[in-house]
Design a protein around this ligand. Sequence first.
Ligand code: TYD
Length: 205
Amino acid sequence: MANGCFITFEGIDGCGKSTQIQYLTDHLKERGIDYLLLREPGGTVIGENIRNILLDKKNTGMTDMTELLLFEAARAQIVAEVIVPAVESGKVVICDRFFDSTAAYQGFAKNMGADVVDTLNRLATGGFEPDITFLLDISVEDALSRRVARGEEDRIEKLGVEFQKKVREGYLELAKTSQRIVKIDGSQSPEDTAEDIRKYVEELI
Ligand code: TYD
């Protein structure tokens, strides 16, 4: 049986993940490689329901702890129901955000603590980790102009520039200590960025 693998994409809001994921899946399609594209929070019926609660702008009273536990609940579901079985069946699984988002957004930017988030991440995933994680790094200013061009913001994106700066700092801290996380310069042209990512993926699969 083929060896599956698990690839995740991370970065601040508006970093260009969607474009890069599109480039990568187009490439995999061309090569006839069986892949599965997922997103967090979401990717399962239960997870999409949790996503609606998390991103709903009406939920202004949500505590940080509720938010953290909901992200982890959605994660527990997608890992058990979809990701692990797909990787075990030999698929290349690509996920738009995974537990590094929780470390950067809740752990670092919302000060909930790296230890708490690490513990919950391990519980939710049963220790399952990505083989490689692409961190698309761009300045908050560049990301903001992309988001403005895209239109409306959700509850988390509404937290503003200072928050996004902290998220970026959190990601860069994570990248310093993790071999798994590959920092990619997202300010290059989309084609150059895609080429960088393709090289790593080719090595992996
Ligand atoms: P989404 O619309 O998927 O944003 P993007 O296209 O930027 O990925 O919304 C997901 C939002 O949830 C985004 O602002 C990041 C945030 N998030 C967390 O705060 N913690 C998490 O663990 C995850 C997975 C996402």
